[in-house]
Write a protein that binds this ligand. Structure first.
Ligand code: F2R
Ligand code: MG
Ligand code: MG
Length: 301
């Protein structure tokens, strides 16, 4: 039992980092003409981007405090972040302002007065779904606390809750069945509910890449990427590499959709289903293993 849990925790973090690193070279590319066009390049060093760096920061902050303390999370981001990994402009500015002494709440409304609805809170949130999987209400409150460090718009927060809940539900059930119905019960924002219903229809009809991009989205906004990642997992999640290939073919925010879908496929399939060549070349592989194991210990304590 503990071995299986360890494998799923590792699968989630490694899956997120692989999806991010494999997707990064394609970020901003147009959708492929047809499915199966793009293949992952794993025979070279796989360097991760802001998605994984922030997930590591969130994880280490959780391990330090045994809960999400927004100030601790932000201080980690400020101290450890490498801007060259490709951060969203809003997120970068929030962190600069907090570093200069501005309160988090004020800083998060400086660039976008209503707060950011980018996917930056959703892309890093998987560890919360792992640690508090036994309590879905707690998953939502901790996900919200982690989001408001940079993303205060209700849609940015809801996107993060959806990914954290998906990780938790997959960990609890070990299944893809019923995930959309569970999310439909818990999600509050109309725009996400509509997209979840589209995803449900798409699972019956095998849409083209163009239809997926048009109806679910492929860009940096939470509403244009979170359901897309969930759909990629539900359609292709029996194979990790098929899931990531599909994210590459979608184009647009490939590293982030890959990171979110990769975390879901990873927690579903476990560590052993991840391609060994890709893992060998993944930056910080050992650190990610240690982090997953420490999160597991916290969740069992
Ligand atoms: N930043 C990037 N990629 C570009 C640079 C990397 C490139 N590969 C390179 O080679 O240089 N990727 C990362 O950013 C995304 C996550 O962004 P996050 O953290 O959500 O940032 P931000 O700035 O808050 O939001 C992103 C954009 O969304 C729009 N937006 C958000 N809220 C808005 C609002 N209230 N009103 C209007 N627009 C809003 C803006 O365009 C934001 O810049 C991930 O893809 C990650 O990989
Ligand atoms: Mg990125
Ligand atoms: Mg991205």
């Amino acid at each position: 039992m503990k071995d299986e849990l360890r494998s799923r925790f590792r699968g989630a973090l490694l899956g997120l980092a692989l999806g991010d690193a494999i997707g990064a070279p394609f970020e901003g590319a147009p959708p492929a003409r047809e499915k199966g066009t793009r293949k992952p390049k794993c025979d070279m060093p796989l360097r991760y981007t802001d998605d994984t760096e922030m997930m590591i920061g969130l994880s280490e902050s959780i391990l330090e405090e045994e809960r999400v303390v927004p100030e601790t999370v932000v201080q980690w981001f400020i101290r450890e972040m490498n801007p060259w990994r490709g951060y969203g402009i809003g997120t970068l500015r929030v962190l600069e302002l907090v570093k200069e002494g501005v309160e988090i709440e004020k800083a998060t409304h400086a660039v976008f007065p209503e707060g950011s609805f980018g996917n930056g809170a959703a892309m890093r949130v998987a560890p919360i779904g792992l640690v508090w999987a036994a309590d879905l209400k707690r998953v939502m409150t901790e996900a919200e606390k982690s989001s408001i460090t940079t993303h205060t718009h209700p849609l940015g927060i809801e996107g993060a809750k959806m990914i954290a809940l998906s990780v938790a539900i997959i960990l609890r059930t070990g299944s893809k069945e019923g995930l959309l119905d569970e999310l439909l019960k818990m999600v509050r924002e109309e725009v996400f509910l509509k997209k979840l219903l589209v995803a449900k229809e798409f699972l019956k009809s095998e849409p083209t890449l163009e239809e997926v991009v048009q109806k679910l989205g492929n860009d940096v906004l939470a509403v244009e990427s979170v359901v897309t990642a969930i759909y990629a997992f539900l359609r292709f999640g029996d194979s990790f590499i098929d899931t990531i290939n599909f994210c590459l073919d979608l184009g647009g925010d490939t590293d982030t959709i890959g990171a979110m879908a990769g975390a879901l496929a990873g927690v579903y399939l476990g560590e052993k289903a991840l391609p060994p060549t890709c893992l060998t070349n993944l930056e910080d592989y050992e650190r990610l293993l240690d982090l997953s194991d420490a999160l597991l210990r916290l969740s069992l304590s």
